[in-house]
Design a protein around this ligand. Structure first.
Ligand SMILES: [Zn+2]
Length: 239
């Protein structure tokens, strides 16, 4: 680890040399290399998380570029995980970066995420969220979810055996939406950065305010609120 790179964050009392060593020893898997994934992956690399896996089965399109800063016009038509890998490898060559050019599915989820400490969702699909949730619940692995819609966003953390899982509030029968979600870069980046801070909280052992509580951000008023989510006694996944 080139510790000189991290001197400005080692100054934080919440991090210090011990925290930086924790981040260097940590591993995180990010599902999605689109808008949320762009800021999230850059933040994780900036922090110095030692091993970062990521997957995406989509290709880069022109209308991604208003918010998906990992990709450039030259990447149009390229797989997003591969495009992300090229930028992140140049940005943080000392880290272990592990791209997978595939969607997360029920068939590959456990294989993809089992060797990581933490899973971060950066997708707009509820079925993919539920696939990751089932894998994380079965493996007792923490999971952070984030979402955006226009000027609104949310962040939520599942902690094994402590909080409600995503299936406690997203029906298992949810279908993928065919409607394109309105997406604006400042909100996407803000929510992804809050998700990255949740990851840091978990990896550093700091209090994490989104454990079992959904943070709701309203970009039109720049206000946040927290909504506590009770564990569902009938949840088909965690009960
Ligand atoms: Zn549940």
């Amino acid at each position: 680890m080139n510790s000189g790179r991290y001197t400005r964050q080692i100054l934080l009392p919440e991090i210090g040399d011990i925290g930086q060593a924790k981040l260097a020893a940590a591993s995180v898997f990010v599902v999605g290399c689109g808008g949320l994934g762009s800021t999230l992956l850059y933040d994780l690399c900036g922090m110095g998380v030692g091993r970062i896996g990521f997957c995406d089965g989509d290709i880069v399109s022109l209308n991604n570029l208003n918010r998906q800063f990992l990709h450039t016009p030259a990447d149009i038509g390229k797989n997003k995980a591969q495009s992300a890998y090229e930028k992140l490898q140049a940005f943080a060559p000392e880290l272990m970066l592990e791209p997978h050019d595939t969607l997360l599915t029920d068939d590959n989820a456990i294989t993809l995420v089992s060797s990581y400490d933490l899973v971060l969702l950066a997708v707009d699909s509820i079925p993919v969220r539920l696939i990751a949730n089932r894998a994380c619940v079965s493996m007792h692995k923490p999971l952070v979810d984030a979402g955006i819609h226009g000027l609104n966003g949310s962040v939520y953390t599942y902690r094994p055996d402590q909080t409600s899982c995503l299936s406690c509030f997203y029906p298992e029968t949810s279908k993928a939406s065919a409607i394109e979600i309105p997406s604006f870069a400042p909100i996407v980046s803000a929510i992804a950065s809050l998700e990255a801070q949740c990851a840091a909280n978990i990896l550093l052992g700091l209090p994490n305010p989104t454990d079992g509580r959904m943070l709701l951000f309203d970009g039109s008023t720049m206000t946040t609120e927290f909504v506590s989510i009770a564990k569902s006694p009938n949840c088909p996944v965690c009960s």
